[in-house]
Structure formats: C-alpha cells, structure tokens
Ligand binder design. Structure first.
Ligand code: UDP
Ligand code: MG
Length: 330
C-alpha cells in the first residue's frame, strides 16, 4: 500500500533519532499514526544513527508503506544529539517536534504542544514530573546534574527537560546555522530565546529494548552541557588557588609566631606537609583536567570535520543541510 498523503511542504515535521530500536519502531509508528492523522500535513523523519540491528530495514519498509515516513541513515553511530541535528537539517515543516523512539516521550502530547504553538509560543518543551523505572542512580544523577547546570549555565536551561519539544521553523533555522559539534540541543534551544513555555508530563518507561544511553554517554552529554554553557569550572581553579595562597600566608605567619614566642618547641609536621602536597597536587591535576575539557573541545571544533556522514536518504532531498553541504563526505 502506498500512501499519497505526503504534501510537498508538510506543515509539521516530527524528528526521531533511532539507534538499535528494532523492538520499538513498529509500536512507535503505530502510535504516531493516530497523531499524524490528526495533524494532517506531516512528515515523520526517522534518523538511523548507525544501528546494527534491523532498524534500517524497518525504516525502509515503513517508508515504502507510508510516504509520510522519511528516513536518513548515518554511516555510523554519531550519537543522539548529532542524529537529531541531522534530522533538523532536513525538516521541511513550519513546526518541528523532536521525540525519542522508545515511547518515553508520549506522541499523544504533540497536539497539546501544537495548541501552545498556536497560542504564539515558538518553543514548547516537555518537562518531566516523574521518571518511571529508571534506576535510582540515573535519577539521582539527573536530579543533581540539572540543578548544577541550572546554577552554572549562562543561559536559563529549564529543570528536568530533555530534547522532547516543539520548535517553530525560525528556531530550527537558527539552530541549523550553529556550527558547533559538541551539541547540547536543550541548551542551544534555550539560548535562541523567543517565547518558550513548558508542558508537564510523566515520563513513561521505555517501551522495549535496552537503554542506548550508557552511563558513559550520559556523562559525556552532561559534560558537554556544562562546558558548552558555563565557564565557571574554569574559574574554580583560580578560586581554589587564591584560597590556598591565603592558607599558605596564614601558615607562614603561624610558623613565624612559634619561632619567636617558643623558639625551643620542635616544629614537627610531616603529616601536615604530606597532606598539603597531596591536596595541592590534586587541585592542580583536577584543574588541568578541567582545562583539558575546554581545550579538547576547542580542538574538536577547530578541526571542522562534518558533523555526520549520510549513507542513505529515503524520501528527502539530499540537500538543504547547512552543516553538511559545505564539507560533506557524501
Ligand atoms: N539514540 C541515538 N543514538 C545513540 C543513543 C541513543 O540515536 O547513540 C536514540 C535512541 O534510539 C532513542 C533516543 O536516542 O530514540 C534516546 O535514547 P535512550 O532512550 O536509550 O536514552 P534515555 O534518553 O532514555 O536515557
Ligand atoms: Mg529512553
């Protein structure tokens, strides 16, 4: 069955990154169908982020069956944020929605988001009130991280928001002009400004399959968020350095005082010296590490490699990418 509902320029574009999601993709499509029927002129862009299972094969099938479904396939796993970026480069709609493939972001919320857009908001982000069936460590990590980021970041990044959001075309056009490769989309989205609003939702458990965000990937996303939106970690070593200098002056005065008042008392302090050496050594190494995070990112950015490489495109014109066309490997 070929569906000819696909208009030349759909009004709504739904972007979904997929990585080894063979167990969720059909259910995602099933639940999306009702939403897509309700919206009318819509395209669903599924971005295959180098899956090693049957995901790409399923995407091709869906595209054959329903021409509203388009897909991009990246040549390897480039990561969630880059997969979303690739999708955003190709959207044709006036209203763009990003959501996860595992149905943790319920598609049924999209019409509610569209209502907010109709009221004049350019960005509608979904804010989680509950997280079901995610380990306590992940929940604790997320809780601490979002609060830390909120306090440190230069832009106002709302608490407990992920990438699940609706954006106006104008916002996406601006995101598409941002060349940085260490992308933290929810931060960039806040940076753009305009009128933004939240809708609250309870985050469902993953429909099926494994979590694709390993602890390592989550950690590196968190580091990206912090380093891309805050310079406070860099100043930390200056503050600690000043504090250590102050302690050193106080200690010197103390030693001088002892020498004058009680010259016969033996000045022992092996433990103190060792602690001071280790403490300052640690502070210096951590400072170098923090510096390294920033320098590493400068290095990554300066290389200017394309953000991603496409291996296959279904239902979309292979142009319109601002990131890729200049220096793509395709
Ligand atoms: N994902 C991706 N590339 C990756 C990791 C994840 O495209 O390297 C996709 C994944 O298929 C899913 C979304 O990003 O649609 C979120 O991943 P997941 O549900 O595993 O992580 P969570 O956000 O729930 O921790
Ligand atoms: Mg998930």
């Amino acid at each position: 069955m070929t569906n000819d509902k696909q208009p030349m320029n759909p009004k709504y574009s739904l972007v979904v990154p997929v990585y080894n999601e063979e167990t969720t993709i059909l259910e995602l499509y099933r639940r999306m169908q009702a939403v897509m029927d309700e919206l009318g002129e819509v395209e669903l862009i599924l971005v295959n982020d180098g899956s090693r299972d049957r995901t790409l094969w399923l995407l091709r099938e869906l595209h054959q069956k329903d021409s509203r479904v388009c897909y991009l396939s990246l040549s390897r796993n480039f990561g969630h944020q880059i997969a979303v970026t690739a999708g955003l480069n190709f959207v044709r709609g006036q209203v763009i929605v990003i959501l996860d493939a595992d149905l943790q972001d319920p598609p049924e919320l999209i019409p509610l988001m569209v209502e907010k857009w109709q009221q004049g908001y350019q960005i509608v982000y979904a804010q989680r009130t509950q997280r079901y069936q995610e380990g306590w460590l992940k929940r604790l990590f997320a809780y601490v991280f979002y609060r830390l980021l909120r306090n440190l970041a230069d832009v106002d990044i709302p608490l407990d928001t992920g990438d699940f959001c609706l954006m106006d075309r104008r916002v996406v056009d601006i995101l598409n002009t941002m060349p940085e490769r260490n992308r933290y989309i929810r931060g960039l989205r806040s940076w753009v400004g305009f009128s933004q609003t939240a809708i609250q939702y309870e985050r469902d458990p993953r429909f099926a399959g494994e979590v694709k965000y390993t602890f390592h990937k989550s950690l590196s996303l968190a580091a990206n968020g912090l380093v891309s939106f805050s310079r406070i970690p860099l100043r930390l070593s200056t503050y600690i350095g000043l504090l250590a200098a102050l302690v050193a002056v106080l200690m010197a005065m103390l030693v001088l005082y002892w020498r004058i008042v009680a010259p016969s008392s033996p000045l022992t302090g092996f433990a103190t010296i060792m602690i001071a050496i280790f403490f300052l050594g640690a502070v210096q190494l951590v400072s170098i590490g923090i510096l390294g995070e920033y320098v590493g990112r400068i290095y990554e950015e300066i290389k200017g490699r394309p953000l991603y490489v496409l291996s296959e495109v279904g239902g979309l014109h292979d142009e319109g990418s601002t990131q890729r066309t200049s220096n793509s490997g395709v």
